[in-house]
Design a protein around this ligand. Sequence first.
Ligand code: IDP
Ligand code: MG
Length: 143
Amino acid sequence: MTIQMATNRTFTMIKPEAVENGNIGAILERINAAGFRIVAMKKTQLSADSAGTFYEVHKERPFYGELVSYMSSGPIVAAILEKDNAVADFRALIGATDPTEAADGTIRKEFAESKAKNAVHGSDSDENAAIEGDFFFTEEERS
Ligand code: IDP
Ligand code: MG
């Protein structure tokens, strides 16, 4: 029997503007090239209610309303990714929240339009990676 550690997983979304701009394939290619395995993946659209729940931790931030309406404005691709040190390595791959501050070679530097429309989501901790993956995928889909 093999025991799988949950700590080598992260969760990502390809955000509405990146889907709209036809960048799903290019972004997935970057994710694969960086050594992440796709555990689960789906294209779907969040309702305003679901986006509000997903981003509830940001409820008090001034951009919360803008974020919720943007994230429910069109289809997204949600995925659970696996790799050693997944959370930190994925944050390094996507780069800073604001693409003008993102390092060269990062996904946000290449694909993001703005600090709000920044192409991809990446979990910020192992705990949130598990919560966010559970939000989109059933236990069967995650195994
Ligand atoms: P992160 O996605 O790099 O972890 P967070 O601070 O967790 O950044 O913010 C969540 C999301 O909210 C960002 O990815 C971005 O889409 C949006 N956001 C963050 N800061 C701003 C802002 O100052 N204006 C507009 N949208 C923002
Ligand atoms: Mg965050």
